[in-house]
Design a protein around this ligand. Structure first.
Ligand SMILES: Cc1ncc(COP(=O)(O)O)c(C=O)c1O
Length: 428
């Protein structure tokens, strides 16, 4: 049936005419004209993998930790913390808009360290974010509204695909700086420094605090110091994306060196910490975001605006994940267990890297795969081409991002030989 547009119908009959339209036609004017968005690269791949009924199949797409048996891992310290929480029979009232004070204090102790000058009232404004994405999102909205400098966020090339999506959707433009040397499969430190040097004053720059996603290459301590000096010269505002502290190397302090070096040199920054990977609390959406500030006066004003933004976004952060983190940080036995488990997870990834390298060498591949064990964290940026990755998926049911990013947790003792042989097949 054909329906005249509302505005072309006489007013008198408009109302009753509209209400006699079948339900499915009412939004035809504009819902149907919405362009279909591209699928999220990472979660889209997960869907494809789940639909694939072939055996064997291997998921090297998503960045979540897996045991050597290819199972999700619930940390024991998390389980014990949950038991303690359950016994306390805590209520389910709303948490404060910016999160509980104790959680925020413990997060500052964890990230910057108990003795940091910034870990004092009036030197930081911290809120509980919805994991890393939620923290980045509120920080981006805040910068869009109030940052007085150039509202352009420089992100590394390449970076985690959601960075560009997130900033652009929230009204901040993005541009890139060089980070990866594809020819030598390494960090392009000189390229990065040159690009930072050319950035307009007071732009915004995003760094990955550790375990750069997707390349797995981090600057050394000395290089972070050089970056810090250049950032200061250009008066850049830093967004530090801290998604892997403790999980990258197994050492909580080493993985924090990037932003601790910058904080010591008084770089202006916001630190966005996620507890998804290092606590295995992916779906609980727990994280902490801290703006470093100079005075209590500044802190109060910033917090007042953040509270408004959070109210407009998710209103109050979830309780459960924050309670777990709080429990682990406050109980010395659980903290000790957590640190041990972090090392176990980091070592499992290191060992999967070694096994993959070994098996690739055994295939007789003429390529140099040594970079696999030089990279750190969840991912290996393999240098495989899009065509090779499509072949891996179509012919061998091995799923990875077409950028060449391979998620190391998907490698197990059982599948490593198969994966190595298939990679060799598509690269020789
Ligand atoms: C670089 C980086 N930033 C942020 C995140 C945020 O993740 P979440 O929102 O799950 O904490 C991730 C997760 O993969 C990441 O790799």
């Amino acid at each position: 049936m054909f329906y005249l547009q509302k505005s072309f119908r006489p007013k008198a009959i408009r109302k009753c005419y509209y209400h006699t339209m079948p339900q499915q036609c009412r939004n035809i004017g504009w819902f149907a004209r919405i362009p279909r968005a591209e699928r999220d690269a990472i979660f889209g791949l997960v869907e494809d993998f789940q639909k694939d009924t072939s055996k064997p199949k291997v998921n090297l797409g998503i960045g979540v930790f897996r045991t050597d048996e290819d199972k999700p891992y619930i940390l024991k310290c998390v389980q014990k913390a949950e038991e303690k929480i359950l016994k306390k029979r805590m209520d389910k009232e709303y948490s404060p808009v910016a999160g509980f004070e104790i959680f925020k204090k413990l997060s500052m102790d964890f990230t910057f360290g108990k003795s940091s000058v910034f870990n004092k009232p009036g030197r930081h404004v911290t809120f509980q974010g919805l994991s890393g994405c939620g923290g980045l999102s509120i920080a981006a909205q805040f910068l869009r509204m109030f940052y007085p400098g150039r509202k352009m966020v420089y992100i590394s090339d390449p970076t985690w695909p959601n960075h560009q999506n997130l900033f652009n959707k929230l009204g901040l433009k993005t541009d890139t700086y060089r980070y990866y040397d594809a020819e030598n499969i390494s960090l392009d430190f000189d390229g990065m420094m040159e690009d930072i040097h050319k950035m307009p004053y007071r732009s915004i720059i995003l760094f990955h605090a550790s375990a750069h996603n997707p390349t797995g290459f981090d600057p050394t301590e000395e290089q972070w110091k050089e970056i810090t000096e250049e950032v200061k010269k250009r008066k850049l505002y830093v967004i530090m994306d801290n998604a892997y502290q403790g999980f990258a190397s197994g050492d909580l302090n080493k993985d924090a060196q990037s932003f601790r070096i910058m904080a010591k040199r008084r770089v202006n920054m916001v630190l966005v910490t996620s507890y998804a990977k290092n606590f295995g609390l992916y779906g609980e959406r727990v994280g902490a975001t801290s703006f470093l500030v100079d005075s209590k006066h500044e802190a109060d004003k910033i917090l007042s605006q953040l509270i408004l933004l959070i109210r407009a976004n998710h209103s109050n952060p979830p309780l459960h994940g924050a309670r777990i983190v709080e429990e682990v940080f406050t109980d010395p036995c659980l903290t000790k267990l957590w640190i041990e488990e972090l090392k176990i997870m980091a070592n499992r990834l290191k060992s999967a890297r070694k096994q993959l390298l070994q098996k690739l060498k055994e295939t007789g591949s003429s390529r140099n795969w040594d970079f696999i064990t030089k990279q750190i964290g969840m991912f290996s940026y393999t240098g495989l081409t899009k065509e090779q990755i499509i072949r891996l998926q179509k012919e061998f049911h091995i799923y990875m991002l077409t950028s060449g990013r391979l998620a190391i947790p998907g490698i197990t003792s059982k599948n490593v030989e198969y994966v190595a042989k298939c990679i060799h097949k598509v690269t020789s």
